[in-house]
Design a binder for this molecule. Structure first.
Ligand code: ADP
Ligand code: MG
Length: 571
């Protein structure tokens, strides 16, 4: 049922002073002069999650030129840009507190440093749509009708005017945003043909303001990135034209150097290069193979029937490592499982930092080999597997390792970080490896071994809690509550946006429809992403939501792997 804005005003006048429940009357669609308001969901009380509302502006009025969303890169860039405009406009044009609980708020989630597909803004040839939440105002449980009128008739039109209508936006910043997004995508597409796994443009700013602030570090001591000549490549981007930077070749690359010289900072930037970044971030042209997965140790995690035998064998009490399960992994078993799980999902590049690795998983030196013989040590360290991984599976590795020169023998490239700048140390490292032979014996055997895929058992994912058949929520960036379980995903370090956590939380439930005896976790994750791609984020919830942000299959599978009730069948 379509009503006009006068009818909305009348209803709100009538609702003034009534009990909060009566707000349900405004569910539905209302025509304003320049846009349509769609009230999808009305909160139950002023403290509940705020109401979900959309505004739709016809392209006759919004008038976004075709070239601002003509391809997928630009469309995602534009939607991301408009979400930022809406967020800002909502902050500027709402009065905020108008009574009890959430009363008075109009909000869209705040985007961070990444340009990502967001369900909060949708655009096509017919309209642009913004999705947000609104705290319908009340005093106690009595509807504050006049405040609601001010929100719908003064604040909302101001927000729309300043965020969803092309002529009112700063067109230079708008184009810069979408062109940056398009260039980053184009650059990522070029990695394969250049046979590199990551590109870091000259002049990039890698360090962040702080451990909890992902904005760029500023001030006189920031050292902009400069590639060593031997790794420098030139690439041509569709908008920006020619740029130069460091290409990290496929294969095994070590990042070495003294402590505090910027090794981890470089790796972090590479990790985040699976996403595009906003202009001014400093990492606009730091892009990485989309199959890059950060691997770390996370003792205490649960593991379900993962074949970790390529790395771990002969555990005490003859525990089976071809289908290894535990409620409480050790550092090394967790790191082994993290690698195998990433390979199951098709990882192309592993990113490992000594800071977050289990030492015994990374290295076993000659002296230790002498003291503890191979048949007494369950772990085959990564150093003996990295080469096989590349030769047999075409999976590259970038490894930050300041602490072990044994790795020189297996590395294709050695990049040293010195005073925050990379130096080509490949020759020096290989010369040293020749001169000082390590007497350690390779322990990796003939081949890497098999990567066994697994099928999740549908019945082991129960989203119910109490009387609720489905109770799922994201709790911050790193935690999902699924039914009666809490999934800790804090070791999935490439999660960057809380909207991703929300989307993954609901996507876990959505994925259960694809689960059967035969489908592997990878196939299921791919199906979920394909459905989102084809039908949009709305498949994840009954009510249209503006809170979803695009995620990768690695993180979706990673969350399913960490659900403590999960059961798997091996193929
Ligand atoms: P490492 O891993 O080599 O020990 P980090 O990458 O942790 O070193 O960096 C150490 C510190 O230096 C961090 O506080 C980081 O923010 C800062 N830093 C890193 N790169 C730069 C840079 N290019 N310019 C200025 N400061 C930097
Ligand atoms: Mg470090």
């Amino acid at each position: 049922m379509k009503r006009n804005k006068q009818q909305l005003r009348n209803i709100l006048n009538q609702l003034d002073g009534k009990s909060y429940k009566a707000y349900q009357d405004i569910k539905g669609q209302f025509e304003f002069d320049h846009f349509t308001v769609i009230v999808d969901h009305v909160q139950g009380d002023p403290f509940a999650k705020p109401s979900r509302i959309r505004v739709r502006v016809s392209q006759r009025i919004a008038q976004f030129p075709g070239d601002t969303f003509q391809n997928r890169s630009r469309e995602i860039g534009l939607r991301d840009f408009l979400a930022r405009c809406f967020y800002q406009a909502a902050k500027r044009h709402t009065r905020g507190n108008r009574g009890t609980g959430q009363s008075g708020s109009i909000r869209m989630e705040k985007p961070g440093q990444e340009i990502l597909e967001r369900s909060s803004v949708i655009i096509n040839n017919d309209f642009v749509e913004g999705r947000f939440v609104m705290g319908l105002p009340a005093f106690g449980r009595r509807i504050a009708g006049q405040h609601a009128i001010a929100m719908f008739f003064n604040e909302l039109p101001a927000i729309v005017t300043h965020s969803l209508i092309y002529k009112n936006l700063n067109q230079n910043t708008l184009y810069k945003h979408i062109e940056t997004c398009e260039d980053a995508d184009a650059l990522r597409e070029k990695l394969e043909e250049q046979q590199i796994v990551s590109f870091i443009a000259d002049g990039s700013i890698l360090p962040r303001a702080s451990g909890v602030d992902p904005r760029p570090l500023t001030g006189g001591n920031v050292v902009p990135f400069q590639s060593p000549d031997s790794y420098r490549l030139e690439v041509e981007l569709p908008n920006k034209g020619k740029i130069t930077g460091m290409g990290i070749p496929q294969g095994i690359t070590l990042v070495v150097g003294g402590g505090y010289h910027g090794k981890s900072t470089l790796l972090k930037a590479i990790e985040n290069g699976v996403y595009n970044h906003i202009p001014g971030d400093g990492r606009e042209f730091v892009v990485t193979n989309p199959g890059a997965v950060k691997i770390r140790a996370m003792d205490g995690r649960n593991i379900e029937k993962v074949d970790i035998s390529p790395f771990i064998n002969n555990l005490p009490f003859e525990e089976d490592t071809t289908a290894f399960s535990t409620e409480n992994a050790s550092g090394s078993t967790s790191q082994a499982a993290n690698i195998i799980e990433a390979l199951e999902i098709g990882a192309a590049l592993l990113l490992i930092d000594e800071d977050t690795s289990a030492t015994n998983f990374m290295i076993r030196d000659h002296r230790m080999q002498e003291l503890v013989s191979k048949d007494k040590e369950p772990i085959t360290p990564f150093i003996d597997k990295a080469r096989q991984l590349f030769e047999e599976f075409k999976v590259s590795t970038i490894l930050v390792i300041g602490g072990s020169g044994d790795y020189f023998s297996v590395a294709d490239n050695v990049i040293g970080m010195k005073d925050y700048l990379p130096v080509d140390m490949s020759h020096a490292a290989h010369d040293i490896a020749e001169k000082y032979k390590t007497e350690r014996k390779p322990e990796g055997g003939e081949s890497f071994g098999t990567v066994t895929s697994r099928s999740p058992v549908k019945e082991s994912l129960d989203p119910s809690r109490g009387r609720k058949a489905v109770k799922i929520a994201a709790k911050g960036l790193h935690s999902i509550s699924f039914g009666t379980y809490t999934i800790d995903i804090s070791d999935l370090e490439q999660m960057v946006d809380m909207g991703q956590t929300k989307a993954i939380a609901d996507a876990i439930y959505y994925s259960t429809r694809f689960m059967n005896e035969n489908r592997t976790l990878n196939e299921i994750a791919e199906k979920v992403l394909m459905d989102i791609h084809e039908k949009g984020f709305d498949i994840l919830d009954r009510i249209p939501s503006g809170e979803y942000v695009a995620f990768r299959k690695f993180e979706l599978a990673g969350a399913i792997n960490r659900l403590r009730s999960i059961r798997m069948k091996q193929k």
